[in-house]
Design a protein around this ligand. Sequence first.
Ligand code: FAD
Length: 453
Amino acid sequence: MADFGVADGEVRTDGEALDAAARDFGGHVSRKPAAVVRPGSVDDVVAVVRWAGEHGMPVSARGAGHSMNGQAQVDGGVVLDMRSLNQVREIGEDRVTVDAGALWSEVAAATIARGLTPPVFTDYLETTVGGTLSVGGVGGTTHRHGAQTDTVLDLTVVTGTGEVVTCSAERNPGLFDAVRAGLGQAGIVVGATIKAQPARGKARCFRLPHTDLRAFTADQRRLVLEGRFDYIEGFAGFTEDGTLAYQVEAAAFADSLSDVDNEELVRGLAHDRDAVEVTDTSYAEFLDRLAPGVALRKETAEWGLPHPWLNVFVPDSAADGFIETVLAELTPADLENFGLVLTYPLRRELLTTPLLRVPDEPLVFLFALLVTADPGDDTAIGRMAERNRRLYEYVLRVGGTLYPIGPPSLDPHQWAAHYGALWPRVEAAKAEHDPRGVLTPRPGLWRTQPITR
Ligand SMILES: Cc1cc2nc3c(=O)[nH]c(=O)nc-3n(C[C@H](O)[C@H](O)[C@H](O)COP(=O)(O)OP(=O)(O)OC[C@H]3O[C@@H](n4cnc5c(N)ncnc54)[C@H](O)[C@@H]3O)c2cc1C
């Protein structure tokens, strides 16, 4: 096997490395690469991309492998394991510069130690900066700050022709817009400068239980529009007696929790006041709040099972009907093994990343059906795939969009529809920055990859 011109890093072709690169959190798609490269430098990334272009071999960057539809996999090609480039390089007054393979948990630790924080985190922190900036990256503070891709000041990118280019809103803006939420099509992100703001030391998190879906979403809308809380998400699931229940999860960040006025924060909401849960933690613990649950899922081996999670954006006007319809067809068995429906509104005007496709209404709901396939049921994945496809079609009919971190897989025609009026820009960016079509084939945007293999 070739060394791809790698000078500082490591080339692996052993079964263990190839098998690991053929797996992701989704666990239902598996494509084995010919090699895995752990770059030791940006020069290594350049060398691999150039080698791949000359030899007609596809390349995908892989972050932490938390995709749910094989997005970072590449059949017979090269996987660049970006985790080897993971330094937090510089922390300034209002920004942090990091390597793309840094985990958000590493960025959080480094910035919080300096009294700062990026404005937006995904719920799970063990994803990489490059991995989430390639898709969007939304979380409970998105209603205040937009997606993670809206908080990026500049990116350093290795394009499909092997050039190292720095881009921002002012400098090479076309590349900047093609790479943010660009699914790895125009370049491999090697570094990013992200906004940082003062971090409050503490978080007070409220779980506000609701028994009625419409009251739950109405409270979420109200909270998002009024901006009372720093963080807002929400969940639906079944109680032990099999009835549906809803919880708004909302948090306030503060230097001192004695400054937080609980009554004022929840005034006028329709939740069950007797069952409110309030948890005080440090801000750092709040960001990492999924860690204990993930540890349990790893202990019970659930973490390694297939997760064909559907993630979509639904326009506000259709959200209640859509959520109601999905929940009506679920049973407690569907949400066994840590299953959950996650849904919360975002303010459209703050979602400014062009390639993060979201419906055009002042509020849009992120809706995520987080399910695990039962390993004892051979038909489970097929049924979940069919349901995902059907729900995606429903979402399209009501003007919603796919958040392409998971299934269903789209064909080139569907991708063109996904990008709508922006599709010619997506095509032009691919032609300009990856003319040989070596980068990130798996999402399947192109009818034929331009390369010959
Ligand atoms: C438990 C869990 C919770 C999650 N919670 C959220 C959430 O709250 N909000 C949210 O928005 N998402 C969430 N996600 C989804 C997650 O953010 C995305 O799947 C993300 O893309 C994963 O990042 P990763 O580092 O694991 O990347 P990978 O899965 O390794 O790669 C993702 C995609 O990005 C590309 N890519 C990776 N690195 C680079 C790079 N340096 N340059 C160019 N392209 C690159 C890959 O080729 C692939 O196409 C969650 C996922 C899990 C498993």
